[in-house]
Design a protein around this ligand. Structure first.
Ligand code: ZN
Length: 432
């Protein structure tokens, strides 16, 4: 279901014209009103009149998360403070957070792109949306909330955590749409199993999962266990929150809402813009944001863009589901490895659960990667279980996929710590 046909199915020429107009306005405004951007543009020797088409975006400077933190809290504001109606921030776990300040117009755009997102999985005003993303400064909760309200659906603002209560509400309130992190959805399925009820009888038709990278194998696992259509959604606080891009029912790449967010892929080392189909770092420019617009933000997310026609009818560019982060990319003996690649391999093996952890150590100057995977209850209780054979098989599959040697260890069910938010997959013990 397409929420806004006018923009979501706009032919390429029309989209580029719109993007060119919007970029021109944005750059003019930032140059006049935000010293942070004026300085960056001056340093790069580019003035607003140099931006004549959307392709000229490559002349503009990048913006990094660290730079945005340096002007904390209000150095990115492009309007007067009294025009700001809401503020969110990034987590700030590794320093000062990035502040995202929204005008009433920004909240309207956020509601619109989230209505488009929830519509991809068929959400209508007749649906009951259980929103298990965290409410608060984190953008997940309110983003989904505004989108569901815009559609006219019923929102249950339960927020994250409290699994027993989530499960009771799923059953009692007849939830039809679930929104949470993908790892938490599996945690809910596990809880349901313990309480001995059948998730398939609940009638949840779609789930909107984001905020962490996940693989197609994990999707299969979620769809099998929760009996729903699992839609991958993408966004980030520095840009707007969720609502930057979403899969459609064909689950073949995420449609970017490019009338508002312009995507580019660059080589993270050189900053060179890469052609469609080539993997690199995703860079986003907010074309319509008023409160805290962002020029060419380096997301550190790794993906690639694709423009082939999608059977759903949307004409927008699609980004492949995230392959990883430039900063959680592990370099093991010189080979680039993303946790999602490992996940893809291990979850295809019978007898293991989608709960795993990667431990990296350096011994005698050599990196060693240990992959700890939980076995399922059945394998664990099997008397003639041949753990070693399975471990060796996974090691050989991993070697086939990644070309690195790993050590695989099957661990007891439920022995790896669960997360109610983003899963922590990597423990890097190397001292370099
Ligand atoms: Zn599509």
């Amino acid at each position: 279901m397409i929420w806004n046909g006018d923009f979501e199915t706009l032919p390429r020429a029309g989209m580029e014209k719109l993007q060119t107009e919007r970029l021109g306005k944005l750059v003019d405004n930032l140059y006049r009103r935000v010293p942070f951007y004026r300085k960056k543009m001056d340093e790069k020797g580019v003035k607003p009149h140099n931006i004549q088409s959307i392709k000229d975006i490559q002349k503009l400077p990048f913006t990094t998360k660290d730079e945005m933190r340096e002007v904390y809290p209000y150095g990115l504001l492009a309007v007067d403070m009294h025009e700001i109606v809401e503020i969110h921030t990034s987590s700030g776990t590794t320093g000062k957070p990035v502040v995202d300040a929204y005008t009433a117009g920004d909240i309207e755009v956020w509601s619109e792109v989230m209505a488009r997102t929830l519509s991809t999985g068929g959400t209508t005003k007749h649906d009951i949306v259980q929103n298990a993303y965290g409410y608060g400064l984190f953008t997940g909760g309110l983003g989904v909330h505004y989108g569901a309200r815009k559609i006219g659906a019923t929102v249950i603002p339960i927020s994250g955590g409290n699994t027993k209560r989530q499960l009771a509400i799923l059953k009692d309130f007849k939830t039809t749409v679930l929104a949470c992190t993908p790892s938490y959805s599996l945690f809910l399925a596990e809880g349901a199993k313990e309480e001995k009820f059948d998730m398939s009888a609940l009638g949840i038709k779609a789930g909107f999962f984001g905020a962490e990278p996940w693989s197609d194998t994990m999707r299969k696992e979620i769809q099998d266990k929760l009996h729903l259509l699992a839609i991958d959604i993408y966004g980030l606080t520095e840009i707007i929150g969720p609502g930057v891009a979403s899969e459609c029912e064909h689950q073949d790449g995420l449609h970017v809402f490019e009338d508002h967010f312009y995507p580019e892929i660059i080589d993270p080392q050189t900053g060179r813009v890469l052609p469609d189909g080539e993997k690199g770092e995703l860079v986003i420019t907010t074309l319509t944001k008023e409160g805290t617009p962002v020029l060419r933000y380096r997301t550190r997310d790794v993906t690639y863009l694709e423009r082939s026609a999608c059977p759903c009818g949307r004409t927008s560019v699609r980004m492949h589901r995230l392959l990883g982060r430039t900063d959680d990319m592990l370099i093991i003996r010189g080979v680039n490895v993303f946790p999602s690649q490992i996940e893809q391999v291990i979850l295809a093996v019978d007898g293991v659960e989608p709960h795993y952890q990667l431990v990296v150590e350096r011994r005698d100057q050599l990196d060693e990667l240990e992959v700890q995977v939980e076995m399922d209850e059945k394998l664990f209780s099997d008397e003639i279980r041949n753990l070693e054979t399975i471990e060796r098989k996974i090691e050989s599959d991993l070697y086939g996929a990644l070309n690195i040697h790993t050590r695989v260890k099957l661990v007891e069910p439920k022995s790896i710590a669960r997360s109610e938010g983003k899963a922590k997959r990597i423990i890097d013990k190397r001292k370099i």
